[in-house]
Design a protein around this ligand. Structure first.
Ligand code: ZN
Length: 71
């Protein structure tokens, strides 16, 4: 079951909702429907606007010399 994080534009409250099917999410605080969908850090892991050191693992230097794998 997908867990979505929302932020209410009305009362500016952050909350999480277990949303299933076409169920409409509403703010549990004020019942508002103007919700802004937040990207949870552990939901997709691919939505990063900030550059925090890239995502590629450091390759060991000189590991492919001699084997001819890198041309
Ligand atoms: Zn609200």
């Amino acid at each position: 079951m997908p867990l979505y994080e929302y932020r209410c534009k009305k009362c500016e409250k952050n909350f999480e909702i277990l949303q299933r099917g076409s169920e409409k999410a509403v703010c549990p605080e004020c019942g508002g429907k103007s919700l802004e969908k937040q990207f949870s850090v552990f939901a997709s892991g691919g939505q990063q606007s900030e550059s925090s050191g890239g995502g590629m693992p450091p390759s060991s230097p000189g590991s492919c010399s001699g084997t001819g794998c890198c041309g």
